[in-house]
Design a protein around this ligand. Structure first.
Ligand SMILES: C[S@@+](CC[C@H](N)C(=O)[O-])C[C@H]1O[C@@H](n2cnc3c(N)ncnc32)[C@H](O)[C@@H]1O
Length: 266
């Protein structure tokens, strides 16, 4: 699998779409709200530029990314209106995800978002002008010129690896005993492959963002972590990932049966 080319959340607005199945991600976004607001405020107060550049890495196609944008607009509008002597700023927002993401859905929502933002805009504050653009590409590559971004945000994304770890799954290679996650039956070699892939990915991510951030810029990153040192104890993720791997296995078995059946008939 080529992650950059093949990975994407379910597009559109149907029952199984990302748009209609991202409430857990919304919860994570809201829980990190205070941290985000503090970072936006500090970045604004430290700004030496008429444009504040803000990026949502792994924006996907749902409402959550626009909720993030709306928070940034509110905080900066409030700050710039309440402090005399601070110069006016304009906001440039980049919404980033992999090329297969349903950017069209986000783009189609923008007109409504602009009207809603204007309607909800607080009295006694000046609504800051904002410009929103889509940016397809992997955050494991360079996305911006050097020192050009003031704030990176990423919610519920960085647990995605850049690739399936080399050495996993092919003939004569490690296999994960039917799991789609690190579970009780996962061989130690598989755990080690994922650990190394995670380290490589995160080092690369930080190196790239460090090059793109202005001095004094900030990042707010929210992603799955572990409560326990024991890698085989995934806490609340054990149950859903176990169910998911069983469902996938049953689908694979059905497909295999159909292939064998048609081969016998033929
Ligand atoms: C669970 S969604 C979270 C989306 C959104 N931030 C939210 O809170 O609803 C994770 C997103 O990360 C994106 N993603 C995964 N790996 C990525 C990468 N290397 N570069 C950019 N986006 C990536 C996926 O395509 C997906 O849209």
């Amino acid at each position: 699998m080529n992650m950059e080319r093949d990975l994407h959340m379910a597009s559109g607005e149907g029952e199984a779409s990302y748009v209609n199945n991202s409430r857990l991600q919304l919860k994570a976004l809201l829980e990190a709200e205070v941290v985000l607001e503090k970072a936006v405020r500090e970045v604004y107060m430290d700004l030496h530029n008429p444009t504040m550049t803000v990026v949502d890495l792994g924006c996907s196609s749902g409402q959550n990314t626009l909720i993030f944008v709306s928070k940034v607009i509110k905080v900066v509008s409030r700050e710039s209106s309440s402090r005399s002597g601070f110069h006016p700023v304009e906001l440039q927002v980049f919404l980033n995800d992999l090329p297969g993401n349903d950017f069209n859905h986000v783009f189609r929502s923008l007109e409504r978002f602009k009207k809603q933002t204007a309607a909800e805009h607080e009295e006694n504050t000046t609504l800051l002008p904002f410009y929103i653009a889509g940016l397809p590409g992997s955050y494991y590559t360079r996305l911006f010129p050097p020192q050009s971004c003031h704030l990176f945000h990423s919610s519920y994304c960085l647990h995605w690896r850049s690739q399936v770890p080399a050495g996993l799954g092919g003939a004569n290679e490690y296999i994960n005993e039917g799991n789609v996650y690190i579970a009780k039956t996962t061989p130690a070699g598989v755990v080690e492959l994922y650990r190394r892939q995670f380290q490589e990915d995160m080092l690369l991510f930080f190196k790239l963002r460090h090059e793109e951030l202005v001095l004094g810029g900030q990042m707010v990153l929210t992603f799955h972590g572990r409560k326990y040192e024991d890698l085989y104890n995934n806490g609340y993720l054990d149950h859903p990932t176990g169910l998911l791997s069983r469902a996938l296995q049953s689908l694979v078995e059905q497909v295999c049966h159909i292939i064998i059946f048609t081969t016998v008939i033929a």
